[in-house]
Ligand binder design. Structure first.
Ligand SMILES: *Cc1c(COP(=O)(O)O)cnc(C)c1O
Length: 442
C-alpha cells in the first residue's frame, strides 16, 4: 500500500498485515482477497453518488459506474444461473433484511433455522430489528446434525409461513432443498397463499459457484442471499440472486412471486439503503470474474477435501465433532464433551499460537452463548493460502497439543503457566504461515 502518511491508522494496518501473515485463519467466514480486488476497492469509485440502478440513477455522471455495476450483475447471474442479481447490499445482514422487506408485511411469519441449531442472528434472533417486525418461528436440527425436516414440515403446516428460509452459519450437511420445496408447495396449496423460498448461502456460496454444492435456485428456490467476502473471496458485502421477471425497480410492483426480482430491487433501494458503495461493487465484479474461472472450481473442491481431512484427523485424535464430520467447509468441535473445558478457553489458547477461530454454541447448549461448549472452524482461508491435506494433519496435531495444554491450564489464567510451550508452537505455525504469503502484502 502506498501510504506516504504519518497517520497512526496506517501503523495499525501494517500491524494487521503482520498478524494476518504470521497466523493461520481458521474462522470459516473469513478469506483473503486478491490484489485486484483490493485495488478496485481502494479506487476513486468511492467518491461517487449513484442512488438508483444502472441507467436509472438519481445523480449525473454515472456513465462509468453503470458499466461497472452492470458487469457485477451479469457475472453474478452467470455464477448462480439466476434471472436477476442485486449487487448493492452493504452486507449479508442488509441482504436478508431487504428480502424480508420485499415480501413480508409486519407480523407475517418467517420459518427459519433457530439460532442454537446453527441459524444466523439475522434469522430471527430477538435482538434484531427484523425479529421485532416479523414473527420468526425456528426449526431445529436432529442429533446427527441434519435439518429436522419433520419439525420443519410440522411447523410449516401449523404456522403457514409467508417465507421459508434455509440458511445457517454453523451447519455441516448439504440441505435437501427438494424436500423443503415439496413442503412449501403443499402448504401453499393448503392455504392458497404463495410462499417465498429463500436460501441464505452466505457460507457456502463459493462452494455452489465452484460446483461442489447444489444450487438452491435449481431446486425451486426463489431467492439466494449471500455475503461476498466468505467463500466467494470478494470484498465485504452482500448479494441477492433471484428467479422471476425483471421489471422497473422505480415503479410500484404487485407482490407476486413472479415479481420478486423487482420487489427485491425496490426493497434494497430505496427500501433499506441509500447510495450504493460502488468501489465495493467494482471489487465484487473483479472477484466474481475470478470465481468464474476454472481454477476457482479446483479451489472449491480443495476447500471441501481439506475440511474432510481436518475433520477426520481431529476425530482420530479424540475430538468429538457435531454431526461426526462435515460435508462442506465447516467443522463444529464439541470441546466440552471432548476435553471438559469450554470453547472460550480453547479459542484464547489457540489464538496464542496463531490459530484463529471462534467459540461457538452447540445445539445442545442452553442459555447464553458467552461461554459456549464448542468452537467453529473451517478451511476456506487456509485453502486460499495454498495449504493442502498434509497441512491439515499438521493443524489437527497443533490443535490437539493446545487441547492438552488447556486440560492442564483449566482456564484462561492457567494458560500463563504454559507460555513457553505455547510460544514454541507459535513459531511452528508462523513458519508454515510465512511459507504461504497473503496477496497484497509486500
Ligand atoms: C455471515 C452471515 C450473514 C451476515 O453477513 P454480514 O455481512 O456479516 O452481515 C448472514 N447470514 C449468514 C448465514 C451468515 O453466515
Amino acid at each position: 500500500m502506498a501510504a506516504n502518511t504519518t497517520d497512526e491508522v496506517f501503523k495499525w494496518i501494517k500491524k494487521e498485515e503482520k498478524r494476518q501473515s504470521e497466523g493461520l485463519e481458521l474462522i470459516p467466514s473469513e478469506n483473503y482477497v486478491s490484489e485486484n480486488v483490493l485495488r478496485a476497492m481502494g479506487s476513486v469509485l468511492t467518491n461517487k453518488y449513484s442512488e438508483g440502478y444502472p441507467a436509472r440513477r438519481y445523480y449525473g455522471g454515472n456513465e462509468n459506474i453503470d458499466e461497472v455495476e452492470k458487469l457485477a450483475i451479469e457475472r453474478a447471474k452467470k455464477m448462480f444461473h439466476a434471472d436477476h442479481a442485486n449487487v448493492q447490499p452493504h452486507s449479508g445482514a442488509n441482504a436478508n433484511e431487504a428480502v424480508y422487506f420485499s415480501w413480508c408485511e409486519p407480523g407475517d411469519t418467517i420459518l427459519a433455522m433457530s439460532l442454537p441449531a446453527g441459524g444466523h442472528l439475522t434469522h430471527g434472533s430477538p435482538v434484531t430489528r427484523s425479529a421485532k417486525i416479523y414473527n420468526f418461528v425456528g426449526y431445529g436440527v436432529t442429533e446427527d446434525g441434519d435439518i429436522d425436516y419433520e419439525d420443519l414440515e410440522q411447523l410449516a403446516h401449523e404456522y403457514r409461513p409467508k417465507l421459508i428460509l434455509v440458511g445457517y452459519s454453523a451447519f455441516m450437511k448439504i440441505p435437501d432443498f427438494d424436500r423443503v420445496k415439496k413442503i412449501a408447495d403443499e402448504v401453499a396449496k393448503e392455504s392458497g397463499q404463495e410462499i417465498l423460498l429463500m436460501a441464505d448461502m452466505a457460507h457456502v456460496a463459493g462452494l455452489i459457484v465452484g460446483g461442489v454444492h447444489p444450487n438452491p435456485l435449481e431446486h425451486g428456490f426463489n431467492v439466494i442471499t449471500t455475503t461476498t467476502h466468505k467463500t466467494l473471496r470478494g470484498p465485504r458485502g452482500g448479494l441477492i440472486l433471484s428467479m422471476g421477471t425483471v421489471g422497473n425497480p422505480l415503479k410500484k410492483t404487485e407482490k407476486k412471486l413472479e415479481n420478486i426480482p423487482t420487489l427485491i430491487d425496490r426493497a434494497v433501494f430505496p427500501g433499506t439503503q441509500g447510495g450504493p458503495l460502488e468501489h465495493v461493487i467494482a471489487a465484487k465484479a473483479v472477484a466474481f470474474e475470478e470465481d468464474l474461472q476454472p481454477e476457482f472450481r479446483d479451489y472449491a473442491a480443495q476447500i471441501v477435501k481439506n475440511a474432510k481431512t481436518l475433520a477426520d484427523e481431529l476425530m482420530k485424535l479424540g475430538f468429538k465433532l457435531q454431526g461426526n464430520g462435515t460435508e462442506n467447509h465447516l467443522i463444529l468441535v464439541n470441546v466440552k464433551d471432548s476435553y471438559g473445558f469450554d470453547g472460550k478457553v480453547y479459542e484464547v489458547a489457540l489464538d496464542k499460537i496463531g490459530l484463529t477461530l471462534n467459540a461457538n454454541a452447540l445445539p445442545t447448549d442452553k442459555g447464553g452463548a458467552f461461554r459456549p461448549s464448542g468452537v467453529r472452524l473451517g478451511t476456506p482461508a487456509m485453502t486460499t493460502r495454498g495449504l493442502g491435506e498434509d497441512d491439515m494433519k499438521q493443524v489437527a496435531k497443533w490443535m490437539k497439543q493446545v487441547a492438552d495444554i488447556c486440560v492442564k491450564a483449566k482456564d484462561e489464567k492457567g494458560l500463563d503457566e504454559h507460555t513457553a510451550e505455547l510460544d514454541a508452537l507459535r513459531s511452528e505455525v508462523r513458519e508454515l504461515a510465512l511459507a504461504h504469503p497473503i496477496p497484497g502484502i509486500e
